[in-house]
Design a protein around this ligand. Structure first.
Ligand code: ADP
Ligand code: MG
Length: 240
């Protein structure tokens, strides 16, 4: 069994089946991207894994432990949302410290400050702790949101289209940065995007979703070079 095991996961909203009995495994330390058209259930799957949405049916296991009924802060998981939502009334450092609010490691003030600084270093923004979020560029704010999610050192980091609001050039820079952070921390990344470029260039597993079901899962190379369904062929054919 994988590090993360998704078993027959299902979500209905009234008559809508958003996620239709989906099962897959994720290896520890891997970078998995979920792609698929708008409305295919990408965000709903991520939210169920993070504990922000209760499944209608099915289970989520992390390291063999069934966390399906655990609230988000009881899971060794964190999520970076599309609208990054830094708190404007807090400094950059306070925003990152907020990521430790459920942490039971009882850091001293000095340890906390060191931890925050090491997170800033991780996202290449050393010395930014006392800055105001609103004085930062969009890309810098996004990196702070990543630092805030990283600070509690989760086993799994979920990203829901975190770069969608950035321009193309910045997006490419951030992709490289995220890949570097993932390699350095060894945290498992599950990354929802409709940017096929990132899915192809940085992930080691690609999961293609269509109408709440898995259309294909494999290495990006396999999915792109050997699409198994006409939907997959059409979808990957849209690249470039
Ligand atoms: P994606 O992230 O791939 O665009 P979503 O997971 O957001 O897809 O949505 C999947 C389906 O579930 C869509 O049909 C969407 O309208 C529906 N849906 C998502 N969230 C809700 C909700 N809170 N209430 C009702 N329907 C929802
Ligand atoms: Mg979505």
């Amino acid at each position: 069994m994988g590090h993360i095991s998704i078993q027959e996961l299902r979500k209905e909203f009234g008559d809508i089946v958003a996620v239709d009995d989906v099962s897959f495994e994720i290896e520890e330390g891997s970078f998995t991207s979920i792609v698929g058209p708008s409305g295919s259930g990408k965000s709903t799957i991520l939210r169920m894994i993070g504990g922000f949405e209760s499944p209608t049916d099915g289970r989520v296991l992390i390291d063999g432990e069934d966390v399906t009924d655990e609230p988000p802060f009881e899971r060794d998981v964190n999520m970076v949302f599309q609208d990054l939502a830094l708190f404007p009334h807090m400094t950059v450092g306070e925003n990152i410290a907020y990521g430790l609010r459920y942490d039971d490691r009882n850091f001293t003030k000095k340890e906390r400050e060191e931890k925050i600084e090491s997170m800033l270093e991780m996202v290449a923004l050393s010395g930014y702790a006392d800055r105001d979020p609103e004085d930062l560029s969009g890309g810098e704010q996004q990196r702070i949101a990543v630092a805030r999610a990283l600070v509690k050192e989760p086993d799994l980091l979920l990203f829901d289209e975190p770069l969608a609001s950035l321009d193309r050039k910045l997006r490419q820079r951030m992709q490289t940065e995220l890949q570097r952070i993932q390699a350095k921390t060894g945290i498992t990344f599950l990354y929802v995007t409709h940017d096929q470029e990132i899915a192809l260039s940085v992930s080691d597993t690609l999961l293609l979703l269509n109408e709440g079901e898995i259309e294909q899962i494999g290495t990006p190379e396999t999915v792109y070079e050997e699409p198994e369904t006409s939907f997959a062929a059409d979808f990957v054919g849209d690249v470039n």
